[in-house]
Design a protein around this ligand. Structure first.
Ligand SMILES: *Cc1c(COP(=O)(O)O)cnc(C)c1O
Length: 354
């Protein structure tokens, strides 16, 4: 039986993407060769990389605005370091909204003064701080758009004159935003775009080249731009599969179309969490993530029963992260509405039987 996959990451991808990716492993474009045994400098693979980069820029609405897309390695975690290495001269401002923000701050501290403009650590990161001010003399402001573990999401981004950098790993391509407000966006592929193994970086070229330190080639965005994401051998399978997912999204109608579906899925689960007396949400209502819904049972003794019912219904990956407990339903772009309906009906069935 096909499972309903609520995994937080690596995540569900469209079935047609799995099918095309698996075919390319055996025979890429009818070449008689596998995608993963040909040169990354072959015409066919160069075309894949170009299309992946172009689709990313196009879907974000950033054509002709001075941005470059890169597919790099080391995941989003590598970008915690790369951002600071390339952009931090003296001081940078960070908003701390969870585990991933905290890790980004830890790395940046190796390179300069870090001002934590606000933090929601006081309440185990169950909300997004608001009304903070961003120092104008900082080199940049960094935030995390969606907190995968805690299930909170920034709805309104601050207006700031300094470059805004955002870790969008778990909600990239899920909702319409004015992406030109950001000077650099990065996202590990495995949350909402592809398999693990590549990280998308979208950077406004004009912010680069301003720090005085010498940047090693592999960490230097300008080197990767110059080499069009092929300074070293790229993770060909991860890039190809990400490209297929971006094609799928474009054919569906782009971010505007998927956003509608994502909102529908989120409303369904949150309405049930609020209605059903056996469940309570973890995140502050106004900051709830459309991608990752975090919730707990009001009566912990029902856990074994709920877990068994969930398993029998084919629900996969709904256990909460260890730092939150309870449950987390990740509803990335490729998750169909029917999967959320299946989860909701198990929640309702529990209520009937309890
Ligand atoms: C998963 C995640 C990361 C870490 O990504 P890696 O690719 O494993 O380094 C960083 N930020 C956010 C918001 C995430 O969800």
């Amino acid at each position: 039986m096909k499972k309903h996959n609520f995994s937080a990451g690596p995540c569900i991808l469209p079935q047609e993407v799995f099918k095309k990716a698996s075919e390319a492993i055996i025979d890429f474009n009818g070449s008689g060769l596998s995608l993963i045994e040909i040169s990354h400098r072959s015409k066919d693979f160069v075309a894949v990389m170009e299309e992946a980069m172009d689709l990313a820029i196009e879907l974000l609405g950033l054509q002709g605005k001075g941005y470059k897309a890169l597919f790099l390695q080391g995941g989003a975690s590598q970008q915690f370091l790369n951002v600071a290495y390339n952009l931090l001269e003296n001081k940078a401002a960070y908003l701390n909204t969870g585990t991933w923000s905290s890790k980004a701050i830890k790395e940046a501290k190796l390179f300069g003064d870090i001002v934590e403009v606000a933090s929601s650590k006081d309440k185990n990161f169950n909300y997004i701080p608001k009304g903070y001010s961003i120092p104008k003399d900082a080199d940049y402001f960094h935030c995390t758009s969606n907190n995968t573990i805690f299930g909170t999401q920034i709805k309104d981004f601050p207006d700031t004159e300094i470059p805004m950098i955002c870790d969008m790993s778990s909600d990239i391509f899920s909702r319409e935003l004015d992406f030109s407000k950001f000077s650099l966006i990065y996202a590990g592929a495995q949350k909402n775009m592809g398999p693990a193994g590549t990280v998308l970086v979208v950077v406004k070229e004009s912010i680069l080249g301003k720090v005085s330190r010498t940047i090693p080639s592999m960490l230097d965005y300008r080197v990767h731009i110059e080499k069009e994401s092929m300074f070293n051998t790229p993770p060909v399978f991860a890039v190809y599969t990400s490209m297929l997912t971006l094609q799928w999204l474009k054919n569906l109608g782009g971010i505007a179309a998927i956003e509608k579906k994502n909102d529908e899925k989120a409303s369904l689960i949150y309405n049930e969490i609020d209605r059903n007396p056996l469940f309570k949400g973890f995140a502050a209502t106004e900051d709830r993530s459309v991608m990752n819904a975090t919730f707990n049972l009001t009566d912990e003794s029902l856990k074994p029963k709920f877990d068994t019912m969930a398993k029998e219904a084919g629900l996969n990956g709904i256990n909460g992260h260890r730092s939150v407990g309870g449950y987390r339903a990740s509803m990335y772009n490729a998750l169909p509405l029917e999967s959320v309906e299946a989860l909701v009906s198990v929640m309702q069935e529990l209520e009937k039987q309890a």
